[in-house]
Design a protein around this ligand. Sequence first.
Ligand code: NAD
Length: 368
Amino acid sequence: VLSTPPPEGARRPRGGPSDAVRIQAAVLIAWGSRLFESLGCDAREAGQVARGLVDANLAGHDSHGIGLVPQYVDNLVAGHVRAGRTPRVVVDRGSMLGLDGDRGFGQALGAAAMDMAIERARTDGCVVVGLANSHHLARIGQWGEQCARAGLASIHFVNVRSRPLVAPHGGLDARVSTNPFCVAVPDEPHPLVLDYATASIALGKTRVAVEAGERVAPGRLIDAHGAPTDDPSVMWNPPFGAILPFGEHKGWALSIMCEVLGGALAGGSVQDGATAHPMLNNMLSIVFDAAALCPPERRREEIAKLAAWVRGSPVAPGAPGVMLPGEPERRAAAERTRLGIPLAPATLAALEQCGAQAGVGSPRAGSA
Ligand SMILES: NC(=O)c1ccc[n+]([C@@H]2O[C@H](COP(=O)([O-])OP(=O)(O)OC[C@H]3O[C@@H](n4cnc5c(N)ncnc54)[C@H](O)[C@@H]3O)[C@@H](O)[C@H]2O)c1
């Protein structure tokens, strides 16, 4: 299938490929929890990892969903991720908190780090938290949402110590990774959540495209010779190509700030050409009590005024209307909670193989 995906979250139906098998979120969470427990996580951690992944599927981000299980299992077997780790406090100075994740599961470390940040921001008004050396923190929006549920605003800069994947603006080969950036603002009934990779396409989405037999939109990838391509397999088969930053120099500059704030300033490390780890994240989070500067009622009024104003724009042909950050994920979650999560045949086959090896059976079993 050759297809040109429209901008993520804008027009692409979140249904997944047409031959996808749908499985309910609760079934996938139960299966994933059993699998991670069988590999050495305690029940709480196994549940956090499985739920975190499936929540990404619910949000429509299959790139960060249950399809990552085989990679997580490989990383666990190779010692790149370790079960049972909690954030180790390395700096504790008023509103500055430095944590080291010791390569534990990001889903557990991220939640614990945000709990600490929330407690500190509630007393001090603001906290800057560095979480270094975490295994994959997955969908960064989940950390913004955790803060927003506590009534706090947050900004998150993340770098990725995977093999380099993203070419510099003006460069022809991969030098940094997909470095995600997130801003979350509490609001009722839903928070506003900006959460994306600074690359023009998340690596996981090239995997999803390969598994679905699809091409990606032009202008996102270059091949190993630096030539533009729409073939997502250049990211998976050597000699590797590279992803371009989003928005030309603007995305590139933001990516560098994620590298510097998330990597250098948070106490972790930056890209230097040596592949340090297949899936390591460092995150710098600024979490603050928005109500300290603007009373919640006033904030609600201002955001409602803005939303009404921007939504009043005439709808462009083919567009679903003007949305606010976080809205596509909520729409996807409503649909997928009702219909189940679509898994491409190749994704399901990989999960079934993992389940068989771990002795926990197929994720399909619970849905029968
Ligand atoms: N942990 C890691 O190392 C890592 C690396 C890269 C990406 N990620 C994660 O991958 C996920 C997907 O990233 P992505 O770059 O593919 O995201 P994306 O391109 O789908 O953009 C998603 C963001 O854009 C907003 N959005 C989408 N359409 C919109 C519209 N029409 N109007 C207003 N806002 C809109 C969404 O609400 C969301 O905030 C993210 O959760 C990110 O954190 C993680």
